[in-house]
Design a protein around this ligand. Sequence first.
Ligand code: BG6
Length: 477
Amino acid sequence: MAKLRKDFLWGGAVAAHQLEGGWQEGGKGVSVADVMTVGANGVERRITAGVKPGENYPNHDAIDFYHHYKEDVKLFAELGLKAFRTSIAWTRIYPNGDEDQPNEAGLQFYDDLFDELLKNGIQPVITLSHFEMPYHLVTAYGGWRNRKVIDFFVRFATTVFKRYKDKVKYWMTFNEINNQTDYNAKFAMFTNSGLLVKPGEDAETLMYQAAHYETVASALAVQIGHQINPNFQIGAMIAMVPIYPASPDPRDVFKAERAMQTRYWFADVQANGRYPSWLRTYQKNKHMALDMTLADLDVLKAGTVDYIGFSYYMSFAVEAKAQEPAGFDYEEGVDKVENPTVKRSEWGWQIDPVGLRYAMNWFNDRYHLPQFIVENGFGAVDQIDAQHHVHDDYRIAYLKAHIEQMKLAVEVDGVDLIGYTPWGFIDLVSAGTGQMDKRYGFIYVDKNDQGEGTLARYKKDSFYWYQQVIKSNGEDL
Ligand code: BG6
């Protein structure tokens, strides 16, 4: 039977803004993550107009990886990681986003971090834009609604590609570029694209415009990256949430198909180099006036990705309404229904390991590219005892069930899989809620939602479990 690759990249994933802290260190500028307050389970984070005194901004200090990375990398090596997925905070390199010259202190920080990782046998896997674009690009340019932002992003990408061309092989352009499918969600629009929807603006059109510029920027980055180092592997990064029909009723089935098309056209463009015909027809029928030139379409064709990177946490289900428009249009915020066949996490995320295998098959049939699972994990409230033990068997159970399905996709279904980097393997700030207490880690970090704690790191039971998984190349689960 086929097996996981010998050089399979067992790793762990984080993002700069969720763990580094040091929000003003080394000349770093303010990012969109720096103006988001703490939320709670079921309570949205607020986006403030700049950094305001008296607010709790959890990303400002996060787990202070900026100052702790040397000790942390030692722990990562003990865990046995072969890959560490993080992002390069755009605001460390271009603090406002529109400068002509990069900030040397920021570049040096990542040189030091990557050297430390490589010295410990861990390869960095890098996302260019992970929910942390410069806030100045929002206030001065309106975020990704503005074509000029393409140039700023390309400048940033080119700078870091050149600087780290011998230290990083695997790159991704935009983290979970398709979250903004839910264009009525403020969080998704702001974190993906720096968009604050103004009264009278059509959020959906705005999203399609911003996403178009992002796919163009991504395609340009792919081309430039390959010129700088032909060995670079540059991927898409898609939030994969398979959407099932709630029943075998053909109308539900078509609703689910349209929902999948609506959530994953981003990957069609990035992997196939062109827009799917249903979407261009939809945009025309809705009279969306989009700035999309013939030159853009050539760029998309010439800058297709090398692999599909994706996150996987859960699945959705949809059901057709009694009256559907001709297009069975999918509106994420309103069309989802509960799937009674699967359990849910405390945050309402539907737990569906088989959905991971389904997703891998779906990607494989559609794009015929290698895949990289760059996020998967279980957010939970952990209890730590007096001896600093955390018995997180629920997390182990979640991951084990998903790894089993991942292996079936490789061994039985023939998917070419580069690696697996579970999310937040060291506790960090939740993107969605800003909480510390929604923990994903194998390494516990002593800090709570109020920002209190010693920042000490402790190994959970899952640490020793994952260590064994890596050692056995996934045989011993
Ligand atoms: C993905 C993001 O959406 O899921 C991460 O790429 C995020 O940044 C992760 O942290 C888990 O979501 P949350 O809201 O639980 O932090």
